[in-house]
Design a protein around this ligand. Structure first.
Ligand code: NAP
Length: 285
């Protein structure tokens, strides 16, 4: 079998058109969606991500504002900045670019973002809503993963789904989203015994670990849908967690890295920001 490559770039571009149209509608009604991105320190990878988010805002007609703090900023200073953004009517979404510099308690920072502006969907209120089947802001990467799976036309209901990785950003929300679609979900992690055997059960395999080539062709069930969330820099190029060539020989569908999950993450952030602005409009009408 030779897998079809899932083109995240074109799926994201289609969705972006819809998001831009909705943003234009809101702007015409007097509410221009606004996103604040808080960047602490000067991690080069974070800089790149923030720039792509700003460019996407521009394309979608979303007002964006970058709030840059030095790496020496204290917990209290960062929280004070977020608090000011929480109060502003022109800012509907607040994104705190992770990771924070060493010594900063990320959980406390995330909890400081008002749940109604938490467009990353990491606040316990929004994660709780997801688990209790009343989602508001779904974390961007997991939401993008679901769109990519759905783009294949493969039904999730009743399928064996294996998610490798259990972070709050990727693995756990993806698992709950698959469960909401009636998949039978197994979550694997660094202490999972016999990862290969667990992965081979998967009709739908989502890998978000951060280790190049962790998943090889012999770990994939013939015909599986493989979504590779991993982004690893190896010899100056970006690779996923899945050995693409080996996996593509066995799977039915597979995401490339780059050009798979990455573009979806950004457009989902835009979608959440527009949703945040729409919810504000609802409150005021
Ligand atoms: P993370 O917080 O470091 O979590 C990694 C997870 O992988 C943990 O649950 C860990 O298990 C598990 N793990 C580590 N080694 C393993 C092994 N040998 N076998 C099985 N599981 C193992 O990372 P993350 O934030 O979720 O990100 C994961 C990857 O996705 C990274 O490459 C990141 O860059 C990428 N990512 C991409 C996007 C995108 O837009 N494309 C967005 C977010 C993240 P334990 O819990 O047991 O430690």
């Amino acid at each position: 079998m030779s897998a079809k490559s899932i083109d995240g770039r074109s799926i994201a571009a289609e969705l972006e058109k819809k998001v831009a149209a909705e943003a234009a509608e809101l702007s015409a009604a007097g509410i221009t969606p606004g996103l604040a991105v808080v960047l602490v320190g000067d991690d080069p990878a974070s800089r790149v991500y923030v720039n792509s988010k700003k460019k996407a805002c521009l394309r979608c007609g979303i007002y964006s504002e970058e709030v840059k703090l030095p790496a020496t900023a204290t917990q209290a200073e960062i929280m004070a900045v977020i608090d000011q953004l929480n109060q502003r009517n022109d800012i509907h979404g607040i994104l705190v670019q992770l990771p924070m510099p060493a010594g900063i308690d990320e959980h406390q920072i995330i909890n400081c973002v008002h749940p109604s502006k938490d467009v990353d969907g990491f606040h316990p209120v929004n994660l709780g809503r997801l688990i209790s089947d009343e989602p508001m802001f779904i974390p961007c990467t997991p939401a993008g993963v679901m769109d990519l799976i759905k783009s294949t036309g493969v039904e999730i209901k009743g399928k064996e789904c294996v998610v490798v990785g259990r972070s709050l950003i990727v693995g756990k929300p993806v698992s709950f989203l698959l469960l909401r679609e009636h998949g039978t979900v197994t979550i694997a992690h660094s202490r999972t015994a016999n990862l290969a055997e667990v992965c081979r059960r998967a009709d739908i395999l989502v890998v978000g670990v951060g280790r190049p080539n962790l998943v090889t062709g012999n770990m994939i069930k013939p015909g599986a849908v493989v979504i590779d969330v991993g982004t690893n820099r190896v010899n100056n190029s970006l690779v996923g967690d899945v050995n693409f060539e080996e996996a593509a020989a066995v799977a039915s569908y597979i995401t490339p890295v780059p050009g798979g999950v990455g573009p979806m993450t950004i457009v989902k952030l835009m979608e959440n920001t527009v949703l945040a602005a729409r919810l504000t409009k609802k409150q005021h009408s």
